[in-house]
Design a protein around this ligand. Structure first.
Ligand code: ZN
Length: 359
């Protein structure tokens, strides 16, 4: 019997320019006595009073700045959760403010406030057994779909893998397009392309179904509109990119990503390459798998005059290539979605080595 995925969605969503101003009202009913809300915020905002001064702090509420230079690590999650437990016992909730890394960090910390052991014990599918602390996502970059996903991608001691569970999605998200207005152009592009690549991988995959298709087509249309058709970046572009990210995330929720993600996870694990730029580096070389998608991607890169790094695998040792290949091959559902059940006929270790050598 086919087992259809039964998946949770984000419980509450607020969308609109300036909706961040409602955060205090949204949080108030969730406050449990004097247990604080903890805001996990990208440290690029540390000197940005325009955002920081608007975070509604009360009582023992706390802001923790975290760097998005590296993607979240299991050790980092464990350390933050332990410090919060030592300091407060429990919290009223964890609120992530930032890009995909910050949202994932907040989700993981929320789960580790209530689940025993290390977050590394929960990297995988449906290993989390206890609901986490109440958690809220407030994106300041759009594209990853982390605001809607049922995972939080962590780099652990042996692998880069998410804590995929029904308890992972946010209880609340605040989608305020004003917050993504000041994103640096390159960063906005790389993260926006993550969304574009989600759409291409979902829409061309063997797991495609009407649910994923309806969200994926809309997200793809929005990405192409903002990155290919429009000639200036304006408020409307931010609104649309924010919705593209949401729809792209919903599309892969009921399908899967593909070749670019599998290969880029290898780069990320070994070299620490960030998700958005890593996907761009990989996707640039995937004409063989996604001819239409790559052609349009290259057009977007040209139009926005974005530099996609090359030669990042030059000089790696055989062992290092082998490690990246291990990480990529471990992600079987991604390959199966991209190429069907006989994917091993095409994707051999030799083939992957050749692919990495080009990057
Ligand atoms: Zn992605």
């Amino acid at each position: 019997m086919t087992q259809f995925k039964n998946f949770p969605m984000v419980k509450m969503v607020v969308f609109g320019r300036g909706s961040f101003n409602q955060t205090a009202d949204i949080l108030a009913p969730q406050r449990k006595g004097d247990a604080p809300f903890v805001f996990v915020v990208d440290d690029i905002f540390e000197n940005r009073p325009d955002l920081i001064s608007r975070i509604p702090l009360e009582g023992k509420d706390k802001v923790i700045f975290a760097s998005a230079e590296d993607e979240p690590k299991t050790k980092q999650v464990d350390r933050i959760a332990q410090e919060l437990k030592d300091e407060f016992g429990s919290t009223s909730g964890i609120i992530g403010i930032g890009g995909g890394s910050m949202l994932d960090l907040a989700k993981a910390v929320a789960l580790m406030m209530t689940n025993p052991g290390s977050s590394a014990d929960y990297q995988g599918w449906d290993l989390v057994k206890v609901p986490g602390a109440y958690h809220v996502g407030i994106p300041t970059l759009s594209g990853t779909g982390a605001e809607v996903s049922r995972t939080t991608v962590l780099t652990g001691p042996t692998r880069k893998l998410g804590m995929n569970s029904d308890y992972t999605p946010f209880d609340q998200i605040v989608l305020d397009p004003e917050l993504i207005r000041n994103a640096p152009k390159n960063q906005r592009f790389y993260t926006g392309m993550d969304c574009y690549i989600h759409c291409v991988e979902s829409l061309t995959g063997t797991y495609l179904n009407a649910f994923s298709k309806s969200y994926g087509e809309k997200a793809l249309e929005l990405c192409e509109e903002v990155f290919l058709e429009k000639n200036t970046w304006d408020d409307d572009s931010d609104d649309k990119l924010m919705m593209a990210s949401f729809h792209g995330g919903m599309s892969i929720a009921y399908s899967q990503v593909g070749v670019a993600h599998a290969v880029s996870y290898g780069l990320s694990f070994l070299l620490g390459t960030k998700h958005g730029i890593g996907n761009c580096i990989v996707f640039d070389h995937l004409e063989e798998f996604y001819p239409e998608g790559v052609k349009k991607f290259k057009a977007m890169v040209d139009k926005h005059e974005i530099h996609i790094p090359t030669g990042i695998c030059a000089g790696l040792s055989d062992d290092q290539f082998e490690k990246m290949i291990d990480v990529a091959l471990f992600l079987e559902p991604l390959w199966e979605n991209a190429l069907g059940s006989n994917w091993k006929d095409t994707i051999t270790r030799k083939k992957l080595r050749e692919m990495y050598e080009k990057m």
